[in-house]
Design a binder for this molecule. Structure first.
Ligand SMILES: Nc1ncnc2c1ncn2[C@@H]1O[C@H](COP(=O)(O)OP(=O)(O)OP(=O)(O)O)[C@@H](O)[C@H]1O
Length: 316
């Protein structure tokens, strides 16, 4: 089987050695007739076990491609991608099936795509356990536990067509958790829902994370969702471009406030992308001057390029 390549243990210095999900310089190129489309252009991403994160980005930035790679549906062209001990570039077809069946769970935006319409909610949840050979009594017990946790215990006998969109998504989350996956990937899980129903589905994802210990990765355009997770990773042009990290601070009067800080991503070669608005505001172009201070690095425009300076240094 697949599991991490060579029998060597991961060295502590390896990029993301302790992370559950590691994308290291991942490239995915699609060939459409004679044209190459670079959907992922050297993407780096680390996700720790137990995290719940959101991935955001404009249309075409590579979010779906990344989810397809991480969920084992697609294979990167180059780079390194690992989830737990599974090397996503070297899996055989049989490994891929086992990986998709028991290591990862998936929630699609289209509610109808997550459930079989002719089975009840309980039968939908039990099905992946049947495929995995879980015995009948254990299956029944876990099905009830999951549907209760998702607030769907009372509607276990209903078919998807007899449930609202939000209820279907909550059953879908129960289905995805059936075989105790390490990670749950959700692609716009609240995209088809109104705000209140979306909040219920987000609460169910939080239950999956907090009560079942599942790491949750959500691709979303929904600012409400991305504002409620500890970390939001932004993707631009097939790379991670920035992260917003949120933490709760309690002041001396005991009042808590969520502090959100935005970070730019520094890749392993030390490269950093400055936001376009910063570059425009200071006229930063091809060359900048760096100053190392005791607690930060200053980035300054290239003075030699300013018109009056340029004249001073122009050769006669
Ligand atoms: N199967 C494919 N064949 C060719 N090009 C593709 C394929 N899938 C995606 N692409 C291209 O790769 C780039 C990234 O697409 P991707 O679907 O990952 O973006 P996205 O961020 O998920 O967008 P959206 O938010 O619209 O779903 C786009 O330029 C897209 O046209």
């Amino acid at each position: 089987m697949t599991l991490q390549t060579d029998a060597k243990p991961r060295s502590a210095s390896e990029f993301g050695a302790d992370a559950l999900i590691v994308c290291d310089n991942v490239v995915r190129i699609y060939q459409v007739e004679q044209i190459e489309v670079q959907a992922l252009q050297g993407l780096d991403l680390l996700v720790d076990r137990g995290e719940m994160i959101a991935i955001v980005g404009a249309s075409g930035s590579g979010k779906s491609t990344l989810l397809n790679v991480l969920s084992g549906l697609d294979v990167p062209t180059a780079g390194r991608a690992r989830v737990g001990d599974w090397d996503l570039l070297r899996m055989s077809a049989a490994d891929r099936l086992a990986y998709r069946r028991s290591v990862v769970g998936f929630i699609w935006q289209q509610t109808s795509r997550n459930l079989l319409p002719y089975l009840s909610a309980a039968e939908n949840v039990a099905l992946p356990m049947s495929f995995a050979g879980v015995r009948s009594r254990a299956r029944t017990r876990r099905t009830a536990e999951l549907l209760d946790a998702m607030g769907m215990g009372a509607k276990a006998a209903r078919r998807p067509g007899e449930l609202s969109g939000g209820e279907q998504q909550r059953v879908a989350i129960a289905v995805s958790l059936a075989n105790r996956p390490q990670v749950l990937f959700a692609d716009e899980p609240t995209g088809e829902l109104d705000t209140a129903t979306g909040a219920d589905v987000f609460a169910a994802l939080r239950t999956a994370n907090e009560s079942f210990g599942t790491t949750v990765v959500i691709v979303t355009h929904d600012a409400d969702v991305s504002g409620q997770v500890q970390r939001t990773v932004a993707i631009r042009d097939g790379r991670t471009s920035s992260e917003v990290v949120r933490r709760t601070e309690i002041d001396m009067w005991g009042d808590s406030a969520v502090i959100a800080e935005e970070y730019a991503m520094l890749d392993r070669a030390g490269r950093l992308q400055l936001p376009a608005e910063y570059r425009a505001a200071l006229g930063l172009r091809s060359r900048v001057r760096l100053d190392l201070e005791s607690d930060h690095v200053g980035v300054w425009p290239d003075r030699a390029r300013e018109p009056h300076r340029a004249r001073e240094v122009e050769p006669k």
